[in-house]
Design a protein around this ligand. Structure first.
Ligand code: SAM
Length: 243
């Protein structure tokens, strides 16, 4: 973790930093797919994209590895903090831009790699599909998409895991989708401080969406979370390549 953590908001939960816009938490430890993104990004001359970057956990790691990064988030206050956290000598290698998935557009064949870590589950199925199709368009041939989504086995919605498994066995495309997130919040929690719906995913779902968009899959698996009490199935992760 870089030294400038004092720029982050205070957190009541060890290992997690709250977002400023009620979209969950940024982890303070990189998951394995985000680690691989940072390492790979550092080998490229092309700029890479970190979308849903929050305060820059992966952006900072990629910059330290030698990458040039476009850091995007729906919340400009996250980007202001990220920009301040970037060490002076790396500031010329980062750009920050407010961007909303799935609406944002970039020029085709712009990036060498794209990371979307723990942001896609805030989108419904059609918007996930549109976003991944756009990512395919934004990448140069040979470019890689690194995708991490919260799984049905983490968060307050893990109480719904058996229902997700039943719907998956029945062949539903989005078996983890929960239209009414508020039902899983502990008593006394203000629903206004949480998204209306949530769309947790497994590796099969992420891989299916990537293949439909034209990607080849390099790996698809469950991932451990970044907190002390995380399980081996907290997140779904995929690395995909544009042929
Ligand atoms: C749970 S945090 C994940 C942060 C970090 N990538 C990580 O893996 O820890 C989700 C981030 O995605 C951003 N976000 C949520 N919905 C978004 C959208 N539709 N478009 C772009 N960013 C979004 C939030 O502002 C927040 O910074």
């Amino acid at each position: 973790m870089p030294e400038n953590n004092d720029l982050l908001p205070d957190s009541p939960v060890e290992g997690l930093v709250p977002t400023l816009n009620n979209t969950g938490w940024m982890t303070v430890a990189l998951d394995e797919i985000s680690t691989d993104f940072a390492r790979y990004a550092g080998t490229l001359d092309d700029e890479v994209l970190d979308v849903g970057c929050a305060y820059g956990i992966a952006t900072l790691a990629a910059l330290e590895a030698g990458a040039r990064v476009l850091a995007c988030d729906i919340e400009p206050r996250h980007l202001d903090i990220l920009a301040e956290r970037v060490p002076e000598h790396l500031r010329g290698n980062v750009r920050c831009q407010t961007a909303v998935l799935p609406d944002v557009d970039f020029e085709p064949a712009t990036f060498g790699a794209v990371l979307a870590s723990r942001v896609l589950h805030f989108l419904n199925g059609a918007d996930v599909e549109l976003t991944v199709r756009k990512m395919h368009d934004w990448l140069k041939p040979g470019g890689r998409a690194y995708l991490v989504a919260d799984s049905p086995y983490v968060g307050p919605w893990r109480d719904h895991a058996a229902e997700y498994e039943r719907r998956k066995a029945a062949g539903e495309d989005w078996p983890g989708f929960i239209a009414d997130y508020a039902q899983f919040l502990p008593p006394g929690t203000d629903p206004a401080e949480h998204p209306d719906y949530i769309n947790p995913m497994d590796p099969d779902i992420l891989a299916r969406v990537c293949i439909a968009a034209g990607f080849d899959i390099l790996e698809a698996r469950f991932l451990r979370g970044g907190t002390a009490n995380s399980s081996d199935r907290d997140h779904a992760g995929v690395v995909a390549v544009k042929p």
